[in-house]
Design a protein around this ligand. Structure first.
Ligand SMILES: [Zn+2]
Length: 317
C-alpha cells in the first residue's frame, strides 16, 4: 500500500503564492516530495499536522529554489536523505562552488544576445539564481539519480526522468497511477522553459518529456504548484499548443528581419498583456529565457539560423 498527502506551503513568488509538497508513505518508508522555498517549511508542515521526524527521504523534483529551500533544515534535524536528479544535483554543486563563474556565463550570454547594458545590469544583479546560491552551497544530496534508480531502494517508489523545466527534473510515481511532476506540468500557468548553458535545446527536451508522460496514462497528477488533478493529457495538449503558437510567433518576428534574442523578447506577446517593461526582474529573466528556448528549438529544427555582427548574435528565419 502507498498513500500520499498534499500540503500547501506559502512562498514569496507573486505569480505562484504557494508551493505544493507531498508526503508519501510506502510500506517501509516515508518520503517528502519537494520542500518549499525556505527552512520555515518544516514549521509550516508541523503546524499542518505532520511529524517531520518520520521523513526518511526528501525527493527534490528539480533545482529551483521554491522546491529545494526547506530540504536542508529537515535533513539536519532528522537525518533524512536528499534524493535529486543527477544533472540538477551536479549543477547545484557547480553553481554553489563558483557562483561568480555562473553569473559571468549569464552576463556574457545576455550581452552577446543583445541585452542592453542597463537591462543587463539589472538582470544579472537580480537574477533568480543569485538567491539560490546560498541554498546550493549548503545543499547535500545523498542520492543522485539517473534512469531506473529507486529512491532509498524502496521498491514502491519509482522515478521517471523528465528533463526540460530543468536539466535533471525527475518525476516520482507510484503503482496506483499517481505521479508527482514538479513544474513539468502545471494546471493554471505554463511552466517556464529557459536555458542553463550555451546551447542545449531545452524546449525539445521538455516536449519529449511531455510526450513520454502522455503515453503512461497516469490517473492522478500532483503538481509543484496548485492542487492535484486528473486530466493530464488534456493539460499536456494545451501546453503543447501554447509552445507551437509561440514557436510560430517567434518565427514571424525573425521572418521580417533578423533580431537578437533580446529583441525577440521585447516583441513577443506575454500572458495577461504584460510588457517587458512592466515585469519585475524575475519575470524579465523568465521572459528572456522563454525567448531563448524557442529560438534554440527553431534553430535546432532548421527553421532559424544565427549570424553574428560585432560580437552580437542575430537570428533570421
Ligand atoms: Zn516551482
Amino acid at each position: 500500500m502507498t498513500e500520499s498527502t498534499f500540503y500547501e506551503i506559502p512562498i514569496e513568488i507573486r505569480a505562484l503564492k504557494t508551493a505544493s509538497v507531498y508526503v508519501v508513505r510506502t510500506d517501509s518508508k516515508t518520503f517528502l516530495i519537494d520542500s518549499g522555498m525556505r527552512p520555515s517549511t518544516e514549521k509550516e508542515l508541523n503546524e499542518q499536522g505532520l511529524d517531520t521526524g518520520e521523513i526518511d527521504g526528501i525527493i527534490l523534483t528539480h533545482l529551483h529554489v521554491d522546491h529545494i529551500g526547506g530540504a536542508m533544515s529537515i535533513k539536519k534535524h532528522h537525518g533524512s536523505s536528499i534524493v535529486m536528479g543527477r544533472k540538477d544535483a551536479e549543477l547545484c554543486l557547480r553553481i554553489g562552488e563558483d557562483p561568480t563563474g555562473y553569473l559571468g556565463f549569464l552576463e556574457s550570454y545576455y550581452r552577446s544576445n543583445g541585452v542592453s547594458k542597463e537591462v543587463l545590469d539589472q538582470l544579472v544583479t537580480d537574477h533568480p539564481m543569485r538567491m539560490e546560491y546560498a541554498r546550493y552551497n549548503e545543499l547535500e544530496v545523498d542520492q543522485m539519480v539517473d534512469d531506473a534508480a529507486r529512491p532509498l531502494n524502496d521498491p514502491q517508489m519509482n522515478l521517471l526522468m523528465t528533463p526540460g523545466h530543468s536539466p535533471g527534473s525527475i518525476s516520482p510515481y507510484l503503482g496506483n497511477g499517481e505521479i508527482f511532476v514538479g513544474d513539468l506540468v502545471l494546471r493554471t500557468i505554463t511552466p517556464n522553459i529557459s536555458f542553463y548553458d550555451e546551447s542545449t535545446d531545452m524546449l525539445s527536451i521538455y516536449l519529449e518529456s511531455l510526450a513520454k508522460l502522455k503515453m503512461l496514462n497516469f490517473s492522478r497528477v500532483n503538481p509543484g504548484h496548485g492542487a492535484p488533478f486528473s486530466d493530464l493529457n488534456t493539460r499536456i495538449g494545451e501546453i503543447e499548443a501554447h509552445h507551437r503558437h509561440r514557436l510560430d510567433e517567434v518565427l514571424g518576428i525573425i521572418g521580417h528581419q533578423s533580431a537578437t534574442a533580446f529583441q525577440v523578447t521585447l516583441q513577443m506577446k506575454w500572458s495577461r498583456g504584460r510588457t517587458f517593461e512592466s515585469m519585475n526582474e524575475f519575470e524579465r529573466n523568465f521572459a528572456f529565457g522563454e525567448a531563448v528556448s524557442h529560438i534554440r528549438k527553431l534553430t535546432h529544427d532548421g527553421l532559424a539560423e544565427p549570424h553574428e555582427k560585432d560580437g552580437i548574435t542575430y537570428f533570421r528565419a
